[in-house]
Design a protein around this ligand. Structure first.
Ligand SMILES: Cc1cc2nc3c(=O)[nH]c(=O)nc-3n(C[C@H](O)[C@H](O)[C@H](O)COP(=O)(O)OP(=O)(O)OC[C@H]3O[C@@H](n4cnc5c(N)ncnc54)[C@H](O)[C@@H]3O)c2cc1C
Length: 550
């Protein structure tokens, strides 16, 4: 950065005058900061602008899933995060008369991580933020994005001091701009992109965080779940981090709703249902949010792309808002990396929306279905079936998630396609050279070919070998057999996968999704050819690189 000058305004903060970078990100919420760290880890110069002077110190999300944790693993922060969060081992839905309507045990997601975690958002954001800054992410706080102009060569993002919106400007010249600026996204509106309402009535949600004087105390508050009462759903989590419990009161909006939820007495009434009283601790946050189910009609406008709540919003019943945003970041970052390196033209970026949009909407609809089971009026408005909340009717968070839409993934209509394709790849523990760990802890981020037997070079033609080289594709032989030259399948999870699917190889993309699988090792060359076709039909340039976009 150069030519700094001081702007007027509270605290006389310093805003740089002109900045050049590869990617500018508007919004330093959980999704913007994760995208920033992923892109910086790939070697790009990333600048983030955030309109507030400090990161928001109150949690919104209380849950994230194993897929999110795998992205944290890629960033090298999963173990640190693991110390702060708590596995969610069980979920139950109970009625106001304490009848258990549904109960689930939450286990391993097959991603190498647990299916669900409860967390205190500011603590986890501290870790992502620190990692991003270590990787070179530059963050300009108290800077509001006010204008965006695109040219053939890049994007000009104009920001102003949030305390002096009529004051001097800072111009950020970037190759790409990401709008990670939340549900009321300025970036989306500036691009003239409308939001589609998916048809669920707006819900008002009172989020209460209760901090214990003695967090070790035993209270009649289940691990996690929903308490269902007439027109109210109460979401609860005992361990949102190690010191705090979360209780959320979600109610269909009518005229009296807001006043009712704003009354502090309401918060204590609901806390009391779980045995939480003023002499045991304090309410550290008591805020009302409104939820809508929406999706942006386009996720890309040239060099400007939307991620996180800027692209989609959901009702909170499945705890998937931030998870979806972090999937966006993982999906988009490897594609932007390829474009910035000149490995692909911008056509590749169209696959970001085509893959992610239907996936995000699929999960939003699952959350809507969950809400509709307990709120008849919501079911009617969303044109969904109102049903009893019974075990078998429960959408299963995780197992039933849709595959990603069409893009750099083997066509789902291909007769050889299997359900594992277009979904997160298996990751399990392996052993090698005296060490036992999750497989990806031994590998570099990027493309991987996981196989039951070795794939010798002699089996591949020149094109296939150069594809492997250009992608930096890592060949990973995993077997239960003893031997020094492969990864030992310690728990047999890979063998179980190979046997259950009838496949002996699977190709994993940099965002951990399975591109495709092969029935035998002899079919691996065909799988590589299919990958090559998929990449080249979406803008990948094999052989000579494009003039780099730096
Ligand atoms: C009560 C509640 C409970 C939830 N529970 C869960 C859960 O359990 N699990 C889950 O996965 N999700 C949950 N969610 C959803 C989750 O919090 C959101 O999906 C997530 O915060 C979206 O992250 P984001 O980074 O996209 O946007 P945000 O967190 O909204 O961040 C956007 C950032 O952009 C900044 N910004 C906006 N405009 C500008 C501008 N013009 N210039 C500069 N900066 C700007 C904002 O200040 C903000 O910091 C919950 C949400 C709420 C409210």
């Amino acid at each position: 950065m150069s030519h700094q000058h001081t702007l007027a305004g509270a605290g006389a903060r310093v805003l740089p005058e002109n900045v050049h970078c590869d990617v500018a990100i508007v919004g330093y919420g959980p999704v913007g900061m994760t995208a920033a760290a992923l892109l910086a880890a790939a070697g790009h110069r990333v600048v983030v602008v955030e309109r507030f002077p400090q990161r928001y110190d109150k949690p919104r999300a209380g849950h994230f899933d194993g897929e999110t944790m795998r992205t944290f693993q890629q960033l090298g922060i999963a173990r640190e995060v693991e110390l702060l969060v708590r596995r969610m081992n069980s979920y139950e839905a109970v009625s106001s008369t304490n009848e258990v309507l549904a109960a689930l045990k939450d286990g391993d997601a097959g991603s190498g991580w647990h299916k669900s975690y409860l967390f205190h958002q500011p603590e986890v954001e501290d870790v992502i933020d620190a990692r991003g800054r270590d990787l070179g992410v530059e963050v300009i706080m108290n800077a509001t994005a006010v204008d965006i102009a695109q040219s053939g060569h890049g994007v000009r993002l104009v920001v102003r001091d949030s305390d002096d919106l009529d004051g001097a400007e800072c111009t950020i010249e970037a190759q790409f701009v990401l709008g990670a600026d939340g549900s009321n996204s300025f970036v989306r509106q500036n691009a003239g992109i409308a939001k589609q309402d998916l048809g669920f009535p707006a819900l008002a949600d009172l989020a209460i965080d209760f901090e214990y004087d003695d967090p070790d105390v035993e209270v009649p508050l289940g691990e996690s779940g929903h308490l269902i009462e007439d027109d109210v759903i109460v979401t609860f989590g005992r361990w949102t981090g190690g010191r705090i419990s979360r209780v959320e009161v979600c109610k269909l909006g009518d005229e009296g709703t807001r006043a009712y939820l704003e009354d502090e007495g309401t918060a204590w009434t609901f806390l009391a249902k779980f045995g939480l009283k003023p002499d045991m601790g304090r309410i550290v946050r008591n805020s009302i949010y409104t939820f809508e189910c929406t999706v942006a009609e386009r996720w890309r406008d040239g060099r400007v792309l939307l991620i996180g709540d800027a692209a989609h919003t959901t009702v909170p019943f499945m705890g998937q808002g931030v998870c979806a945003g972090i999937r966006d970041a993982a999906n988009l970052s490897w594609k932007l990396d390829a474009v910035l390196r000149g490995q692909a033209d911008q056509t590749l970026l169209d696959t970001y929306e085509s893959e992610r949009s239907s996936h995000a909407v699929g999960i939003i609809r699952m959350a809507m279905a969950m809400g509709s089971m307990v709120i008849p009026a919501a079911a009617a408005a969303a044109d969904l079936q109102h049903g009893q909340l019974q075990g078998s009717d429960m959408p299963d968070p995780g197992a039933a998630f849709p595959r990603i839409g069409a893009g750099v993934v083997r066509n789902g209509d291909d007769p050889a396609a299997i359900p594992a394709e277009g979904r997160p790849a298996l990751q399990a523990r392996v052993g090698r050279e005296g060490r036992v760990d999750l497989l990806e802890e031994f590998l570099q981020p990027g493309w991987k070919l996981i196989t039951r037997h070795p794939v010798p070079d002699s089996m591949l033609d020149e094109d296939q070998r150069s594809l492997i080289e250009e992608l930096g594709l890592q060949r990973v032989h995993v077997s239960r057999a003893a031997g020094p030259n492969h990864y030992v399948d310690i728990d047999g999870d890979y063998e179980t996968w190979f046997q259950a699917t009838g496949r002996r190889a699977f190709l994993v993309r940099p965002d951990h999704y399975v591109f495709g699988a092969a029935a035998t090792i002899e079919d691996v060359p065909d799988l590589l050819d299919t990958l090559k076709d998929a990449l080249t039909s979406h803008g990948w340039v094999l052989g000579d690189r494009l003039a780099t976009q730096h």
